[in-house]
Structure formats: structure tokens, C-alpha cells
Design a protein around this ligand. Structure first.
Ligand code: PHE
Length: 452
């Protein structure tokens, strides 16, 4: 049998996992949610959810993946051969597939905006509402970009764990950090900067409704890629010397930093002309290009650079995240059907293309085709964010802390470090996996079902 792939270095592990976590969720969705949820008030709730929910789920995924050493479904099967726990893995892979199908549509818009910003088309006053709706509601044009994005994605996944995913994360993630810091510095030098930063730092608790709290939880799951076995798949390629707890903390920290810094990039620009911060999904594709022109219109070079760098940032973030979703589905197809990795990745890509087309058409030709009152794009988003991710997260925590032997789990989490502090940290994380995270998730679930 072919030897299982592994990440080559610990840095590669961190960069690939951060690559999965940092994505459109950070740059596109987080500022929009924070804008609606009262700035710092939202961020505070978000950070609490990261610590009490996302982190324990992430550690559980890492344990399942590294101990199981297979795709998400088979890892469960190996660890508990007599149960139906592998269903959790299958559900996760399905969720990954569905998320990828709508995610890639927004990634395709990003690719289009990147190309247009590099061509200089975004410079000068346009009606960006029209620019965005002309493109997103068209039938073939967005599909062409979905296809191109998917090709790039498939080439990376087909390349393998070390030569594809790790190699591209190793240069793309540093590039992403460099761009975002450059943009933040630039943004902070704008006239409206202090107001934008104040908005991010001063909490407006009056905006904190139960709906906002729940969306902060959904955002934490989505942004950290947890609950569907995506990180479990990556962990199946970790070597024994990777410190699971430390890696989880680093990933959560970097992901949250990128999200907050994205806010620092976006809000000063928005505030400098007094535009609304809760402009919704159109913020990045309609409001921002318009504002770039207003704020930087007097200097075409700065305008060109800022908008091109911004969309390249978004593109890189989207690419490394979508690769991780593609990888988890490919790993399953590759191992289950004993296909070669490139073949498996192409088969997955074809299937994704079909579902992504349905999501893309949701904005145009199929805008009246609805299931439970939702177009495909919204349906996939709703089902995965409201049900599959939280249920998956709950199952991962319960499996690791109630079904697996405690000594085995502690051994995975402690690694070669058995200092007192380490044992205390592991006990705390274990308690969160066993009680706090499951109770919270059940509470949210019952509220969603009966409380509204
Ligand atoms: N975390 C990614 C983002 O923030 C999205 C994602 C979700 C990636 C689930 C993998 C799995 O954009």
C-alpha cells in the first residue's frame, strides 16, 4: 500500500492549517458581521466562542485525525470500529463539499475583481452596484471564473500534501500577512482612521441581540474551519512531534488577528467618507471599490495599488481555504475508491463545478428556484452553518471525551511534554471538550429549534 503523505515540517503544519482557517470568512464576513453587531461588542463575544467552543472542537478534530490517520470517515471507523461514528465523518465531508460549492462562487467574484483591479478597470467613478450585479447575475461569465479558480485549486490538491498544499501555503501565507499589514498601515494613515479604530475598540452592547450572539458562534466555527473534519483530515498528515494544543492556540490566535486586522483595513476607509459599516455582503464588492475611489481618487497609483493588493489578499485567503475543503473530500474519494490522488481530485472538482453552478445561478437565471424558500446559495450556507457544523462539532467533542479512552487522548494532547503546567492545560481543555462545549452547543440547538 502507498505510504501515507505527511506534512514535512511543523511550520508547514501551522501555515497549512492557518491557510485553511484564514479565508473569506476573515476578510469578507468578519468585518461585515462585526459592523452589524456593534464592533468591539461582537468581537468580544466572538473571542469567547473561539475559546470555549472552537478551540476544544479543533483539539478534538486534531486528536481524531492524527490518531485515526485516514480521511474523516475512516478515522472514526478505526478508532471505534463497532459504532456508527463514521457517519459523523461522512456528514462532515458532505458539509465540506457543500461549503466549497458556495464558497467558490464568492472566490470567483474575488478572482474577477482581482483581474479587473490589475487591469485598472476599478479606477475612476463607476456605478459599482451595477458593476457587481451585471457580473454576479450573468450566467456564463461567473461560471468561467468559477472554473478557473477550481482549476488552480485542483492543481494544488492533485500535487499532494507536501508538494501541493504545504508548498503553496509556505509562500502564500507569508504573502498574505505582508499584504494585510501593509494595507492596515496605509489605512491607519487615512483621515477617518481614528473613528474606524474607535468603532472596533469601543463596544456598543446595545447591538448585542441573541441573533448577534448566535451569529458570532457561527462565525467562530466557520472562520476556524471546525466541526466538519477538515482539520481532522489535515491532522491525519501531522507527524507525532506536532504539538496539538500549541498548534490549536496559534491557529486560533492568528486567525483572530487576521480578522481584526481586516477590520482595521476596512473600517477606516469606510469611516473616512462616513459610509455605513453594515453594508452587508456587498461591502467588499460594492462599497469598498467605490470608497477606494473616493478616498484615493486624487492619487491613481495609490488607488491602483490599494485595490489590487486588497483583492489579491482576498484571493490568496480564499484559495488556501478552498484547498483544505477540496482536500478533505479528495482524501475520502482517494482512499475509499483506491483512486490515484490526481484522479480523485479531478472527480471532486467536476462534482463541485456542478453544485457551484447551481449556487452561482442563484444570483441570476435561477433566482426564483428555491428549496424551503431559499435559493441554492443561501440553502447551502444555511444548512451547513446552522446544522452541520455545530452538530459535527458536538459529535467530535463527545467522541473524543466520552468515547475514546482518556489516557489515549491525554497522551495525544500532552505529546512529549509532561510538565505540570502542560497537564493542567490539558485537563482544562479536556473539561471544555467534555462538558462546556457540548452543553453550549446543545443549548444553542434547542434554542434554534424551539426558542425562536
Ligand atoms: N475558515 C474558512 C474561512 O474563514 C472557511 C472554511 C470553512 C474552510 C470550513 C474550511 C472549512 O473562510
Amino acid at each position: 500500500m502507498e505510504a501515507r503523505h505527511q506534512f514535512g515540517s511543523r511550520l508547514g503544519v501551522i501555515l497549512a492549517s492557518v491557510g485553511s482557517a484564514v479565508g473569506l470568512g476573515n476578510v469578507w464576513r468578519f468585518p461585515m458581521e462585526a459592523g452589524r453587531g456593534g464592533g468591539a461588542a461582537f468581537i468580544l463575544v466572538y473571542v469567547i466562542f473561539v475559546l470555549i467552543l472552537a478551540l476544544p472542537v479543533m483539539c478534538s478534530e486534531f486528536v481524531v485525525g492524527r490518531k485515526g490517520r485516514a480521511n474523516a470517515a475512516d478515522s472514526f471507523k478505526r478508532l471505534a470500529p463497532n459504532g456508527s461514528w463514521s457517519m459523523v465523518g461522512y456528514m462532515g465531508v458532505l458539509a465540506g463539499f457543500l461549503i466549497l460549492s458556495f464558497y467558490i462562487v464568492v472566490a470567483a467574484w474575488t478572482l474577477y475583481y482581482t483581474v479587473e483591479s490589475l487591469r485598472g478597470t476599478l479606477i475612476g467613478e463607476h456605478d459599482f452596484n451595477l458593476f457587481y450585479s451585471d457580473f454576479s447575475t450573468d450566467t456564463w461569465h461567473p461560471l468561467l471564473y468559477v472554473f478557473l479558480f477550481l482549476v488552480a485549486n485542483t492543481v494544488i490538491v492533485a500535487g499532494g500534501v507536501q508538494k501541493g498544499i504545504e508548498r503553496c501555503s509556505k509562500w502564500m501565507m507569508p504573502l498574505l500577512f505582508l499584504i494585510i499589514v501593509t494595507l492596515a498601515c496605509f489605512s491607519l494613515s487615512l483621515p477617518g482612521a481614528s473613528e474606524g479604530v474607535r468603532f472596533l475598540l469601543y463596544p456598543d452592547f446595545s447591538k448585542l441581540t441573541i441573533g448577534v450572539v448566535l451569529s458570532a458562534m457561527g462565525q467562530a466555527f466557520f472562520s476556524l474551519s471546525v466541526g466538519i473534519g477538515c482539520l481532522a483530515t489535515y491532522a491525519s498528515y501531522f507527524k507525532r512531534d506536532v504539538d496539538l494544543i500549541r498548534s490549536s492556540f496559534v491557529i486560533c490566535l492568528l486567525d483572530t488577528c487576521v480578522a481584526v486586522v481586516s477590520g482595521i483595513v476596512i473600517f477606516p476607509v469606510v469611516f473616512s467618507i462616513g459610509a455605513s459599516v453594515d453594508a452587508g455582503p456587498g461591502l467588499v464588492f460594492i462599497t469598498l471599490p467605490h470608497i477606494f475611489n473616493l478616498v484615493l481618487g486624487s492619487s491613481p497609483v495609490a488607488n491602483y495599488l490599494f485595490s489590487a493588493l486588497f483583492y489579491i489578499l482576498l484571493l490568496v485567503a480564499a484559495l488556501t481555504s478552498s484547498v483544505s475543503m477540496h482536500e478533505m473530500v479528495t482524501a475520502l474519494v482517494h482512499e475509499k475508491f483506491r483512486l490515484k490522488r490526481p484522479q480523485a481530485s479531478v472527480i471532486v472538482a467536476v462534482a463541485v463545478m456542478v453544485c457551484a453552478a447551481a449556487c452561482s445561478l442563484s444570483f441570476g437565471a435561477w433566482k426564483d428556484v428555491t428549496v424551503f424558500g431559499m435559493v441554492f446559495f443561501a440553502l447551502f450556507d444555511f444548512v451547513t452553518a446552522k446544522f452541520m457544523m455545530p452538530i459535527g462539532g458536538l459529535c467530535f467533542c463527545v467522541f473524543v471525551s466520552w468515547v475514546m479512552k482518556r489516557s489515549v487522548v491525554e497522551n495525544e494532547l500532552c505529546g512529549s511534554r509532561s510538565s505540570r503546567t502542560r497537564r493542567v492545560i490539558v485537563s482544562v481543555v479536556y473539561f471544555f471538550m467534555r462538558a462546556v462545549a457540548p452543553l453550549c452547543l446543545l443549548g444553542v440547538f434547542f434554542y434554534e429549534l424551539f426558542g425562536r
